[in-house]
Design a protein around this ligand. Sequence first.
Ligand SMILES: NC(=O)c1ccc[n+]([C@@H]2O[C@H](COP(=O)([O-])OP(=O)(O)OC[C@H]3O[C@@H](n4cnc5c(N)ncnc54)[C@H](O)[C@@H]3O)[C@@H](O)[C@H]2O)c1
Length: 387
Amino acid sequence: MPNPSTSPTLGVGMVGYAFMGAAHSQGWRSVGRAFDLPLSPVMAAVCGRDRAKATAAADKLGWAATETDWRALIARDDVQLVDICSPGDSHAEIAIAALEAGKHVLCEKPLANTVAEAEAMVAAAEAARERGQLAMVGFNYRRVPALALARKLVADGRIGALRHVRAVYLQDWGADPELKLVWRLRKELAGSGALGDLGAHVVDLTQHLTGELITGVSAHTETFVKERELPDGSGFGQVTVDDAALFSGRLTSGALASFEVSRFATGRKNALRVELNGSRGSLAFDLERLNELEFYDNDQPASEGGFRRILVTEPDHPFLEGWWPPGHGLGYEHTFAHQARDLVQAIADGTQPRPSFADGLQVQRVLAAIEESAEKNAVHTPVPAAE
Ligand SMILES: NC(=O)c1ccc[n+]([C@@H]2O[C@H](COP(=O)([O-])OP(=O)(O)OC[C@H]3O[C@@H](n4cnc5c(N)ncnc54)[C@H](O)[C@@H]3O)[C@@H](O)[C@H]2O)c1
């Protein structure tokens, strides 16, 4: 087993230290201890705009140094990988600068706020790859073991020909009437609302689990509360993003998919649910029971039929080799260690980690088609194919 203290290192510099910053830090702190890695990640520096807050975050989260300008972070000799955990308006500029400076990049989802930005990021990633630098998007739910198992069962043909995908991602923090006009409610910072925040995940998961692309969509979006108090209490401002989105889509094979994402689903805190129905069976997943995958095997006689619960904690289940004995359960934070593991391994191997920036661009094209359809009162809108 490689000794983390003697294997070659990979210096990580992270931008943003709040929600995703804390989650990614957890991943970077644990990954080298849980998994045998060819490179040892070193948490070299974290960047935040406020020196005192960034220093406190560095101490709490385990970063060795602090920067207040992401350009200085990128320029550091001890940083080989830039991990972007800031809002969407900053992704393109930071990622492109980091790639051009010869750094690997991990960028949180959604990849960008617009298709044009995402295209520029893909161009930068492709040029960087020629020089040996790699880029990946942080769709962490791909690395929930039960969902990784679901993808394998689909690829192995266990549910046969795909007919339906049914995906919802529901939260309720938007229902708080006191909620201020935070960055997530402003288009110029977040790109879109529930759509880019939650919809990006279910779009990516659908394409990832099925191995198919969403080729066209019909959509409704709504902003239920149109004005909120400004964070500094100086007045009120317009909410410029959607609060919820409802959309349906067609997949490459002709399968049909339906989606619902909302910040107003009262009582639903982080309810990500996906069901796939095929000619030979079905799979169902609920993030509130993330160690479990439900499987209906239509090859069984009807007298013995029914969904059965697979407890995805066996050593030969995806990602489980690094963790606990069967039945001891993983949580949300492990997905960030899994993401870090696969990225570090890809960097060591010189192979393209997935989801790539091109995968992120594909999701962005679906999101743009959803917005276009919603503007036209749900007219079916094709998703442009990748060149
Ligand atoms: N993978 C997931 O499940 C998931 C979950 C939540 C958020 N996200 C994504 O992660 C990103 C960040 O979201 P969050 O929830 O962590 O937001 P957050 O508001 O909790 O944190 C944002 C951080 O970025 C910092 N920041 C903003 N602009 C900056 C700049 N120019 N330079 C340096 N730091 C800057 C802020 O100070 C803060 O530390 C977004 O793209 C979001 O969509 C992903």
